[in-house]
Design a binder for this molecule. Sequence first.
Ligand code: HEM
Ligand code: HEM
Length: 195
Amino acid sequence: MHLRNTRSGYGLVAILFHWTMALLIIGLFLFGKYMSDLDPMAPDTFALYQLHKSLGFVVLTLMVARLAWRFANPSPALPETMPRIERLAAHLGHAGLYALMLAIPLSGWLMVSASPWGIPTVVFDTLPVPHLPVPSALGTKAEAESALKEVHELLANGLLLLVLLHAAAALKHHFINKDDVLRRMVRTGPAGRTD
Ligand code: HEM
Ligand code: HEM
């Protein structure tokens, strides 16, 4: 059982980060779309918004830990046979996924910090989180909140698009190229090992 990555495969920690966060993020995306269509004055809407915020902070925290782990570990090399353009697309795609996994919760945090309602953010009703200073260039609180809402939505929609391309690429590796790229994100150890 490998905890750390090697040059040929992902370790257990990277694999757990990947799939836990993939589930959380796809869940938060659907959750966000669902809750923002609800009647804002309905009794349950408030609690759902608070839950979305709490889970968003879980993603942000995991993301910081994941980045630290990523820099402390080697990255498995892409298959030798992959054309240069596909390598570039893979690297840019992963960088984009990381950037959005940070930017989306941060834009959400900034959005709730700008809210004229001044609703406190208390993660899982337990851990109070301070609000961020909102740049005055964004206008009044209400203007800043609505601009940041647009940004949060736009970034989340962008993430969905990138995730679809990313998952399609993983399936292409597995079924068309028949290489180890998908397999090594599911099981630990150097790619190609069968033990
Ligand atoms: C990776 C983490 C997150 C994802 C994927 C995500 C995704 C989304 C999505 C898809 C929506 C619906 C946008 C729309 O179509 O109108 C939404 C709304 C919202 N999100 Fe997030 N979110 C995340 C983190 C956060 C965080 C950390 C906060 C706040 C601390 C937050 C606060 C909100 C709020 C307040 C709304 C409702 C906006 C409205 O009133 O329409 N989100 N989120
Ligand atoms: C069904 C959905 C998904 C599949 C099938 C999938 C598959 C994969 C595979 C096979 C790799 C390894 C690529 C390699 O070996 O070089 C990978 C890496 C990665 N995935 Fe996913 N993934 C999925 C969802 C997601 C989601 C939702 C996110 C984040 C929003 C994500 C973010 C990443 C990132 C950042 C990497 C790069 C890891 C590194 O630094 O090496 N993936 N994914």
